[in-house]
Design a protein around this ligand. Structure first.
Ligand SMILES: Cc1cc2nc3c(=O)[nH]c(=O)nc-3n(C[C@H](O)[C@H](O)[C@H](O)COP(=O)(O)O)c2cc1C
Length: 411
């Protein structure tokens, strides 16, 4: 029998084709394994059998592992970082089985390997047909899932840049100089992949070094409020956790800073609006110094937005409009709470709530100490995480004539 395997691998500029080529080579080696199974009872561990066993050993001991690593460390994490909607759901379903499949095949391989090593040196002709069948069937099913779902998804979703990253990572894994500069090649993961990814932790970890998107001077909008709107919509669509939560940093009379999370309720050309208690700590600090800094962090999109400017109170009508749009119980809570002032215990707070509810009835009136603040921005910076901590930052500065000038900052 012959193990000649002379075929030409596709170029790493087409990494998905390379992965398919790997599958074809796996299929050939599995065929050799099955041929060997048929050969051994008739011919024993003769020279052809030894040669076949050596070839199968060589392939599955080395090349197959590189292929699994390509998938576990690059292809799947990149897809996880890119897929949305139905693609993301399908990926969530398939990924644990793919990772478990790799581990199961590794275990099956170690059983077959010990039999092949004896055949390869001519000392045994025993090869278990059950072990071979289990290994071949597992690989066939595994490759069908990857070729039917994973590869087409990658071809559809990956940009040219992502394809180049994937191809370069695969080259580096094989000791080949990458097509991209090393700074742009996704870092190799050093930790083994845990197949139990139900909580998403493992793949979330793996994706950390992948640039989800880029941000250039040319693809940001000229108007930073419109650019913020674009990113905010994308955060909503991506269902990031609390997309409207932002940190508000203020300073006290001595210039000492403090920050807290509030929810943005409106943004427009005038600025960014939230609602709170004017007598709270932040309220007192803003009275003394109206300068503040807002911060959004949308971790799932690897994005941060920093906004700085001065803060004004919203008009009473605007505060009324929002106050009366809230559930009555929230209105009563706003009346009952002297936000940021100490209180003895929870019971006292409940008593204050009951008293406010008794006075307010079904129609509470907005108290003068509760309303909106609007930060009028003079500086807005958009930060997009990129590979190897070589991030993109574009900052907009407001000019005296009201126009915005943008420039890139170093990461
Ligand atoms: C997710 C989240 C959303 C919040 N939203 C608001 C809000 O919209 N307005 C508000 O006054 N406090 C909000 N808070 C509470 C503030 O973080 C803070 O405790 C409160 O405003 C008092 O801050 P201060 O003592 O610095 O004034 C929120 C807290 C969290 C964690």
């Amino acid at each position: 029998m012959s193990n000649a395997l002379i075929d030409t691998a596709p170029d790493f500029s087409q990494p998905i084709a390379v992965l398919k080529h790997c599958h074809d080579r796996i299929r050939k080696q599995l065929q050799t394994l099955q041929n060997l199974l048929a050969h051994l009872p008739k011919h024993g561990a003769d020279a052809d059998a030894q040669k076949a066993a050596q070839a199968v050993l060589k392939y599955f001991n080395h090349a197959a592992h590189l292929h699994h690593e390509d998938e576990e460390q690059n292809l799947l994490p990149m897809l996880q970082a890119t897929a949305r909607g139905a693609d993301a759901t399908l990926l969530e379903e398939l990924t644990p089985a793919i990772l478990q499949g790799h581990q199961q095949m590794d275990r099956d391989w170690s059983i077959i390997k010990s039999q092949l090593e004896l055949i390869a040196n001519g000392s045994s002709a025993a090869l278990s047909s059950e072990d071979v069948a289990r290994y071949c069937d597992a690989y066939a099913a595994h490759m069908a899932v990857e070729e039917g779902n994973i590869a087409p998804m990658a071809k559809r979703l990956f940009s040219e840049e992502q394809m180049a990253q994937l191809g370069s990572a695969m080259q580096v894994r094989r000791g080949i100089p990458p097509a991209l500069p090393y700074s742009q090649v996704p870092e190799q993961q050093t930790q083994a992949v845990n197949p139990t990814v139900a909580d998403g932790v493992v793949l979330a970890d793996l994706r950390l070094d992948y640039g989800r998107a880029s941000l250039t001077e040319h693809d940001v909008l000229d108007d930073p409020i419109a650019q913020f709107g674009k990113w905010f919509e994308e955060a909503l669509q991506a269902k990031v956790n609390e997309p409207n939560a932002m940190s508000v940093a203020t300073v006290d009379a001595d210039g000492k800073p403090s920050s807290r999370i509030v929810l943005i309720k409106q943004y427009d050309q005038r600025g960014f609006t939230w609602y709170t208690n004017y007598d709270s700590l932040k309220g007192q600090q803003l009275r003394g110094n109206p300068h503040a800094a807002l911060l959004f962090f949308w971790s799932e999109l690897e994005r941060q937005v920093r906004i700085e400017g001065s803060v004004v109170r919203t008009a009473a009508e605007e505060s009324d409009k929002y106050f009366y749009s809230r559930p009555v119980k929230s209105q009563i809570a706003a009346i009952a709470s002297q936000q940021s002032a100490p209180i003895a215990n929870r019971e006292q707070m409940e008593a204050n709530y009951d008293a406010a509810a008794a006075v307010s009835g079904a129609h509470p009136v907005r108290p003068a100490h509760w309303g909106g603040y609007r930060l009028e921005p003079v500086r807005i910076e958009f930060w997009q995480g990129r590979r190897s901590r070589f991030h993109d930052r574009i900052v907009y500065q407001k000019q005296a004539d009201g126009s915005w000038v943008k420039e890139r900052l170093q990461p």
